[in-house]
Design a protein around this ligand. Structure first.
Ligand code: UDP
Length: 322
């Protein structure tokens, strides 16, 4: 079986992907500095605690473990934080990726699946969004991903690095059977914060209800983290079979507003969500919905667990586990 290195594999999407990879028989090694991730989310024997900036450790792992391909998750991910601390985001997400790419080049590993984001599109007026839409990020986080995408384009052209860039829409849900779910600190994502409001009684703030959408709240495309994990496996198989570099959206194609998600959480949990309406959050586009036709056609991927009710049920089961 191919041997895969996963950076940031102890994080939310990373750990679900590692679980799926190992379930499907891939030998999988994780490098994670545990600044955000959780050691308990990956099997102890697979975990190397370390930084993607540590070039010599990476080269040692890539060569010593005879790695065939890398899945690169390790990055900061909070849109709002990126507008307050842009330098930290550019350093960690861009320089960190360059350090990893340099180590891969030195070790002769030339296949990469890269965590990109719908935030590369920003405030564009297209829905659903196909991959050939121009870059227009609305925040530094999205810009960091654009920059790495550009680097990957040129390393493909000039240095033989084959990469698949996966542009995630809104990752959510959990795999409670595997003990995996969303545990960010601080938590910034909608569904866990809706749960927190239920469990603490402290109202969640909905960021703006004056957007040009039917109910005034932002519209997003919510994709179950296990469906997202499977997109990585499809992308890896494509590269390992000699496929060329490419870019794919990963979403369902269905847009849901913040208020619709809140209503679904109330329906599935049977609990009221205390909430207030607040101002818009800086850097939030009104509508981000994927056109995922390309991924479905080219790699045969399709979402199987991404109805909103399944997403909320899995996430709630994880959240309220004993
Ligand atoms: N959101 C909100 N209140 C919160 C957190 C998020 O109203 O406390 C909204 C946010 O403005 C966006 C949607 O929920 O429209 C999804 O936000 P999230 O941070 O989960 O993901 P993002 O779209 O930023 O990747």
């Amino acid at each position: 079986m191919p041997r895969i290195l996963v950076t940031g594999g102890a994080g939310y999407i990373g750990s679900h992907t590692v679980h799926q990879l190992r379930t499907q028989g891939f030998d999988t090694i994780v490098v994670d500095d545990l600044s955000k991730g959780h050691a308990a989310s990956v099997p102890a024997e697979a975990l190397h605690v370390g930084s993607i900036f540590d070039r010599s450790q990476l080269i040692e792992i890539l060569c010593g473990e005879r790695i065939d391909a890398v899945v690169h998750f390790a990055a900061f991910i909070a849109v709002g934080e990126s507008t307050r601390e842009p330098q930290r985001y550019f350093h960690n997400n861009v320089s960190g990726s360059l350090a990893l790419l340099s180590a891969m080049s030195e070790a002769g590993v030339n296949k990469l699946v890269f965590s990109s984001t719908a935030a590369v599109y920003g405030n564009i007026d297209v829905s659903p969004i196909p991959e050939d839409t121009r870059y227009d990020p609305a925040n530094p986080y999205g810009e960091t991903k654009v920059m790495v995408e550009r680097v990957l384009h040129w390393l493909d052209q000039c240095a033989g690095l084959r990469s698949v860039r996966l542009r995630y829409f809104n990752a959510c849900g959990a795999n409670p059977d595997a003990g995996l779910g969303e545990r960010h600190d601080p938590e910034t994502h909608l569904i866990p914060l809706l749960f927190r409001a239920i469990l603490t009684g402290k109202p969640i703030t909905l960021f703006g209800d004056d957007y040009p959408t039917p109910d005034g709240t932002c519209i997003r495309d919510y994709i179950h983290v296990d469906d997202l994990a499977n997109a990585h496996i499809a992308a890896l198989k494509h590269l390992l079979e000699g496929g060329s570099s490419d870019v794919f959206n990963v979403g369902t194609g269905e847009g849901l507003s913040v208020k619709e998600v809140l209503a679904a959480v109330e329906r599935v949990t049977g609990r009221k969500v205390p909430h207030v309406i607040g101002p818009r959050r800086e850097g939030d586009p009104a509508r981000l919905v994927a056109d995922s036709t390309k991924l479905r056609r080219a790699l045969g991927w399709q979402p199987v667990r991404s109805t909103l009710d399944d997403i909320i049920r899995d996430a709630w089961t994880f959240e309220t586990r004993a």
